[in-house]
Design a protein around this ligand. Sequence first.
Ligand SMILES: NC(=O)c1ccc[n+]([C@@H]2O[C@H](COP(=O)([O-])OP(=O)(O)OC[C@H]3O[C@@H](n4cnc5c(N)ncnc54)[C@H](O)[C@@H]3O)[C@@H](O)[C@H]2O)c1
Length: 492
Amino acid sequence: MPQTTRRTFLQSSAAIAAGAGSLSGLSRIASAQAANKNGEIGIGVIGVGGRGNALAQGFDSAEGANVVAVADPDASRAGKAAEQYKAKAYADMRELLEDPNVDAVAIATCNHWHCLAAIWAMEAGKDVYVEKPLSHSQWEGRQVVNAARKYKKIVQLGTQQRSDPMQAEVKKFLHEDQALGKVLYAQANRLGPRGSIGKRETPLPIPQEIDYDTWLGPAQDEPLYRNSFHYDWHWDWNTGSGEMGNWGVHVLDDVRNVAYQDSVTTPKRILSCGGRVAWNDAGDSPNVHYVYFDTGSFPTIIALSNLNKSPEKRGGWDSKANRPMTGPGSGYVVACEGGYYLGQRGSGKAVDKDGKEIRKFKGGDINGLHKKNFIEAIKSRDHSHLNAEVETGHDSTGWCNLANVASRVGGAFDGQVAGSIAPDFEPWHMLLEDMRTNLKPFGITINSGEIKMSPILTHNPETELFEGDHAFGANELLKRKYRKGYEVPEIS
Ligand SMILES: NC(=O)c1ccc[n+]([C@@H]2O[C@H](COP(=O)([O-])OP(=O)(O)OC[C@H]3O[C@@H](n4cnc5c(N)ncnc54)[C@H](O)[C@@H]3O)[C@@H](O)[C@H]2O)c1
């Protein structure tokens, strides 16, 4: 981990002082608290936006843990969080990582920072809870897995559904009891509307309270044309992973867990279809993204859309535009010979062939349980006890990274190729038909040029590389270009 230079320390302190006002007072309270840990695990929260605050609250109230420090290059956010959790505030995470009271970190930065922050933390001797998606590009996720093994650290991904006791019941029902017979395919959905992020004519001025060099870290320094600085980094490939790496990772992780019981690491062939349509804004990532994943076992398809029903009518897209059964707006279906299982966050139900509900499942306190699982694994020093261990998280994140690569190498829609990946698999053809139907109110047709389609990409889960005809361009996107001084190291 590069040491904090005097320059960055001074910048950080100045920035925090500007935003947080009475920081020295806060630090004093925090030191007293941190020194008096009563044997609890001291947590440093890195990134205290929406999610970081939720994690801080959860860890602060969890048995056996205590938030002792926060870091955020937004001085105002760092100051507020430090006050709320009576913790030390840092602008630069490298200072937090030098703090001996920090035993473990919870990383809730923008996605482009997740891997470097996790590796720096492990190098500094800390265990890591890192938010989803694990990585911003697939290569760097593997380096985090390698670091976890090399430094013998406990690393949990923030895919909290993995800690829902309901999942074990569902897996028993589907696989051990074979209650619905053989699994035929899985479909995941995230049909949740969002809005345009704007398109400014002049670059967005960086808010005064942000230490921008630290915020940027591994990302390229490019002008921003969106309206808001925070959160909308999700839709810029330089910093985010689109909806596929946002909600997609949750629903696809559920599919990997419940439908495949983790027997599939990453897919073998991928075809992606979609685009960023209707908004004409400064975002890059698709707001409509439909993907076919060939796993070598049964297939998975996913439908993501951030559009409303129509320009006039609010509400998410219809997941069953052309079919009776395709699952919830946010969740997944495991289609089986004898019916289907429909899973959502917090609940699930099984339906037989005649459409009769035959069993209901109820979820638990996934956020609390996921943190508890992390704390217990830190105490036992056994990473195999983690519900979302980093390698599991790397594989689930991989589905999203690969789908995003496919989207980025996409060209014109080609119906023949779209059909040829799975000629006899009706649900995929119907899914594309759903996309057509749902796009209609926006005056967009699948052939209009706004909807891009990837070639069929072949991926080797062993080497974690694309192979074959279209491999070159796709492989280029498996590792990002790092800004100088913020390179993710190769770890073996
Ligand atoms: N598991 C879940 O259910 C869940 C829910 C929401 C968000 N998330 C994940 O949490 C992460 C954060 O999302 P958010 O909604 O809070 O975004 P956000 O934009 O509100 O917050 C991100 C914060 O990270 C800070 N940051 C940037 N660079 C940093 C650095 N070098 N050091 C410390 N802080 C830095 C930003 O200044 C900002 O305050 C994302 O990766 C997201 O995918 C997970």
